[in-house]
Ligand binder design. Sequence first.
Ligand code: PRP
Length: 171
Amino acid sequence: MALKTLISEERIQTRIAEIGAQIDIDYPDGTLYLICILKGACFFLSDLARAVKRDAFIEFMGISSYGKGKTSSGEVKITKDLDISLEGAHVLIVEDIIDSGVTLSYLTALLKTRRPKSVRIATLLDKPERRIRQVDVAYVGFRIPDEFVVGYGLDFAEKYRNLRDVCVLEQ
Ligand code: PRP
């Protein structure tokens, strides 16, 4: 298998700076939680949180989807939940990639039941061709074709998460 750079570290950082500036404009006041969805979003969260200049709190959630890519059952399991109240706060879910949309449609609906002021999504990567559930995404780093990507948090069997670029894994 070979790795081919799709999005360089430099492009990633430039785009994250833009998104961070947009978040500062879009959220003039109120408590803002950046919710990192483990594990893939860890580097995006870490860079995005520092690109935002306003106060922002960081929290982590763990999620696993059953039969991902094979079924539209939409079964999603929370493996690590938040231990804070979201009531009255702005919530920005931070993801590495949106593929079928199953994970995010479930998670958005779940977090809305916790009475936040708003719930939005920021994703580094979006593969719109693969969507089976509609999700509103407020901030997208890059729209990419339907190729298997790794790096900058994304894995193949837990490998390649620590690459600095997003790469296509070619068979
Ligand atoms: C990835 C990604 C999303 C989900 C998106 O997580 O971080 O959570 O898949 O896919 P969907 O749009 O088809 O639901 P993954 O299950 O690979 O876990 P990881 O972040 O721990 O690698």
